[in-house]
Structure formats: structure tokens, C-alpha cells
Design a protein around this ligand. Structure first.
Ligand code: SF4
Length: 222
């Protein structure tokens, strides 16, 4: 069974302060991979990205956002037509239902504008903390930690949290990452996870932050 690192939050916070600037230098252009022009588009793209690659979502949204330009466009369109338009992102029935119902809720409860608080965002159908943090951080510039599969994996390897539940892990990280860095931290860790600290075989020999990582070159901890 995979070993789990014991976490010392104070010590972990100190290491984050050291390795975050290195990642920032390594990936100066790290940003969200989904294309969007406003909070509504990011909300829709994030809902579509569940169990789907960002590349595929961007292909689909290119045409989608030409056709659906506002909340009203989604609300007035028949659900079966939305399903057809988003089909190639997978789980399209559920996603279509969530998108349409989220738009109805935004219209009825929030005056037609995507809300900009965690409390309000998570009341929308299909929106959990991960999606809400993504929208807060990237569409509104309000710090948010997006706990996707990369952030979960790397946080555990780096000894920042011993939780695998995304919400618990998010709260652990919120204690040890400076609030102003939450969104940046998410982008840098996701980019590092994609490029170097891969799920199956992390490239520790090429890792710029290996000296701050307790799992470096230790397969028992991957
Ligand atoms: S040293 Fe290895 S396990 Fe640690 S962050 Fe780098 S690639 Fe991942």
C-alpha cells in the first residue's frame, strides 16, 4: 500500500514559500487551459470539463459560445438541442441539464449575472467547490484553490496535505498557502503536474522543486 506522508503544516508553509517562486519562474505563463471571455463562459466550460479534456472542451466551446451568447440563449433553447451541441464532451445529458438549470437559477436568483461568492455559486446546479473556485479565481480575480486531480496528487506528494478528499484538501491548503496566491498556486501545481509530476511516473530527475519535495525519487510515496 502507498505510504502517506505525515504533514507538519508550519514546515509545509515554509517550503511552499520556497518552491512557489521557482514554479512561477519555470511556468511564467501558467494559466487556466479553458478558453472563455466572461464568467458565464467560464462557468459553462468548467461544467463541460468534467471527465473531459480541456482541449476537447475548447473545441466544443468555440462554436458553442458563438451560438449561446447570454443566459437567455441557454434558457430558451430546448434541452435536446443543448445535448446535441455538447455531446462530444461526454455525460452530455447531465451536463445539459445542469447548464440549463444553472442559467435559470442565475436568471431567477441573481438578476442574470453569475454570482461572485462561493456561497452563491455552489447553490447552482452542477457547481461544486472546484468549479466555484475556478470561476472565482479566473473570472473574478478572487483567490480560489481549485482542487483538481493534479492539485490533489501533488499536494500529497509534496507533503502539504494527507487528505484525498478535495474539500478537506482545499481547506488544508488554504491554511498554508497565502490567500493572495491561491489561484496562482493552483495554476502552477496543475501545470507542474501535467509537465513533470505525472500521475504514473513523476520525472523527479527533471523536477525544479525536487529539493523541497519529500517524495522525490521515492516510488513508495507516488
Ligand atoms: S520531486 Fe518528483 S514527486 Fe516531488 S514534485 Fe517533483 S516530480 Fe513530483
Amino acid at each position: 500500500m502507498k505510504k502517506v506522508l505525515k504533514v507538519d503544516k508550519k514546515e509545509a508553509a515554509g517550503r511552499i514559500k520556497k518552491f512557489l517562486p521557482i514554479l512561477n519562474k519555470t511556468y511564467p505563463d501558467a494559466k487556466i487551459a479553458l478558453n472563455f471571455k466572461n464568467p458565464l463562459e467560464l462557468l459553462i466550460a468548467t461544467i463541460l470539463s468534467a471527465q473531459c479534456t480541456d482541449v476537447r472542451v475548447n473545441i466544443v466551446t468555440k462554436a458553442l459560445f458563438q451560438k449561446y451568447k447570454s443566459i437567455k440563449d441557454w434558457i430558451k433553447t430546448d434541452i435536446s438541442e443543448i445535448e446535441t451541441d455538447i455531446k462530444s464532451t461526454g455525460f452530455y445529458r447531465n451536463k445539459a441539464k445542469n447548464i440549463k438549470n444553472a442559467c435559470i437559477a442565475i436568471d431567477e436568483k441573481f438578476g442574470g449575472k453569475v454570482p461572485n461568492t462561493m456561497e452563491e455559486l455552489v447553490t447552482l446546479p452542477g457547481v461544486g467547490r472546484k468549479t466555484a473556485n475556478c470561476v472565482l479565481g479566473d473570472a473574478f480575480g478572487i483567490p480560489g484553490i481549485t482542487c483538481d486531480t493534479h492539485v490533489i496528487r501533488l499536494s500529497r506528494r509534496l507533503g502539504l496535505s494527507d487528505n484525498s478528499d478535495p474539500v478537506k484538501l482545499e481547506f488544508d491548503l488554504a491554511e498554508i498557502v497565502s490567500n493572495k496566491d491561491w489561484t496562482l498556486f493552483s495554476h502552477l501545481i496543475i501545470t507542474h503536474g501535467r509537465n513533470v509530476c505525472n500521475a504514473r511516473k513523476p520525472k523527479c530527475q527533471d523536477c525544479e522543486i525536487a529539493k523541497y519535495c519529500p517524495s522525490a525519487n521515492n516510488p513508495e510515496l507516488w
